[in-house]
Design a protein around this ligand. Structure first.
Ligand code: AHR
Length: 508
């Protein structure tokens, strides 16, 4: 069989944009065992005096998450933030309607911001525009960001938090286009409310950045009219529009599953086009950028979720959305990261949803250890090495046939460049699950760059990790050869690759 070869041209002058570190964000919702039994589990051998699990903190820090969206998700549409502040013993237990759970409020926003500091992450806060509105969003912002001398800032101080949290990023509700959302709204209802809420919030703190809700997935019947109609109202008051999308191998067709990153690509292009259309229509000067604040693979646990939510009494921290990921899910996550990086000029924030136990890279056993899912690794690599600027990928790849997506490329890749550090990294997925591909990287104006390492994640597509150990973990492979002006890398079938190059010190 003839060798399959793909070609990537990298040119240091062809810069897409600088990478915003917030592209490597994540998400914690009061859902299932993300908070209770996840980051917080008093009595667990790994818990500190505040109840925070140190084994979880260690893995989240290792993952390198820059920003964490909180507290939802669907949860935020019924969120009463006051329930979760002040003396813990006086906090009410509530029925949590989004996930049919009992919320103890033992962890609230002051605990969460404290925890976020421990994992070196910024907090991205969401306000409730489901059951609540302008006044409540303003009170919450005053509590969080105003220094002192007012009702809510002094309330925060009375709760032992002297310094304001200075939360910069705020989501104006969550998935308000979805009929499942508590307080679901029409486009005009949401657009008006979001615009007026944003306007008022900016009067309290002009430094904040605001995210207007986009569609909750590309297949929503109101997409993309939702974006256009809501931005008509919010354009002047917001900085970002949100995107959400989850993928899954629902037909058990791996080739077609891995083609779904092309859908994500199309989704981003369309939302960008709608943002630019509204900008033009309004004769505006600013771009509305994208906060892709929920993305991941989510399908393994769908049956569990239905059963838990429908067939059980009200429970506290039930097992919900606990997808156990395999190797092909890690490839899909890698493909999604590449897609996000390719659009670094417009996608400035992205949150892998979620972080702990709930569709998560980090799992925490109730009576045991914390461990890394397969999807941990592509994210870890991207957050660690995805620094500097993205270079426009000029790629020529062989194609293969898929059932629903037709002919698609074998290789998806993107390169990032840190000029000062003299580092060049290529992230590449070979999504052909049957054949290896040689990737020839044309390094035209990267004289003096030598191979540092070629990291590979591969294995049986259905192999998962677990508390007993990691069957899927990256290895350092001898699969790249440097020649004059080019690097030739062998991408194994169905593999995630990180090819790192460094400028030779001798080179002037
Ligand atoms: O992340 C799980 C859920 O997915 C979130 O609560 C919601 O926003 C989305 O539908």
């Amino acid at each position: 069989m003839a060798e399959r070869t793909a070609r990537l041209v990298i040119d240091r002058a062809a810069v897409t944009d600088a990478i915003d570190r917030r592209l490597f964000g994540s998400f914690i919702e009061h859902l299932g065992r993300a908070v209770y039994g996840g980051l917080y589990q008093p009595g667990h051998p790994e818990a500190d005096s505040r109840g925070y699990r140190q084994d979880v903190i260690k893995l989240v820090k290792e993952l390198g998450v820059s920003v964490i969206r909180y507290p939802g998700g669907n949860f935020v549409s019924g969120y009463r933030w006051e329930d979760g502040v002040g003396p813990t013993a006086q906090r009410p237990r509530r029925l949590e309607l989004a996930w049919r759970s009992v919320e103890s409020n033992a962890v609230g926003l002051n605990e969460f911001t404290e925890w976020a500091k421990l994992v070196n992450s910024e907090v991205m806060m969401a306000v409730n525009l489901g059951t609540r509105g302008i006044s409540d969003a303003c009170n919450l912002l005053e509590y969080c960001n105003h220094t002192s001398g007012t009702k809510y800032s002094d309330l925060r101080i009375s709760h032992g938090v002297k310094e304001p949290h200075k939360i910069k990023l705020w989501c104006l509700g969550n998935e308000m286009d979805g009929p499942w959302q508590i307080g679901h709204k029409t486009m005009d209802e949401y657009g008006r409310l979001a615009a007026e809420t944003a306007k008022a919030m900016r009067l309290i703190d002009p430094e904040i950045e605001l995210v207007s809700c986009g569609s909750s997935q590309m297949s929503m019947p109101t997409f993309p009219e939702w974006e256009a109609a809501t931005l008509e109202h919010t354009y002047d008051f917001v900085d970002y529009v949100s995107m959400h999308q989850y993928y899954g191998n629902r037909q058990d067709d791996s080739m077609d599953y891995l083609a779904q990153s092309d859908d994500m690509e199309q989704f981003i292009r369309t939302v960008t086009a709608v943002c630019d259309y509204i900008k033009a229509k309004k004769r505006g000067r600013k771009n509305i950028n994208i906060s892709f604040d929920e993305w991941n693979v989510w399908f393994h646990s769908k049956a569990q979720e239905k059963d838990t939510v429908q067939n059980h009494p009200w429970q506290q921290a039930p097992h919900l959305l606990e997808d156990i990921y395999n190797m092909e899910d890690a490839l899909m996550v890698g493909l999604m990261l590449i897609t996000l990086l390719k659009h670094a000029d417009r996608v400035k924030i992205a949150c892998m949803a979620q972080l702990i136990n709930v569709i998560a890279p980090v799992m925490a056993e109730e009576n045991g250890t914390a461990w890394r899912q397969t999807i941990f690794y592509p994210f870890y690599h991207a957050a660690l090495y995805g620094k500097g600027v993205v270079l426009q990928p000029i790629v020529n790849s062989p194609l293969h046939e898929t059932s629903a997506h037709g002919l698609i490329t074998d290789v998806e890749c993107v390169s990032v460049y840190e000029e000062e550090a003299g580092l060049l990294t290529v992230f590449a997925v070979n999504r052909n699950i049957e054949e290896n591909v040689i990737l020839d990287i044309d390094l035209r104006n990267f004289e003096g760059y030598e191979l540092l390492e070629h990291l590979v994640l591969e294995g049986d597509l259905k192999q998962c990790n677990g508390p007993e150990g990691e069957k899927i973990r990256p290895i350092r492979a001898e699969r790249s050869i440097k020649e004059t002006g080019k690097l030739s890398s062998m991408l194994g079938k169905a593999s995630w690759n990180v090819i790192r190059m460094k400028k030779n010190k001798e080179t002037v």
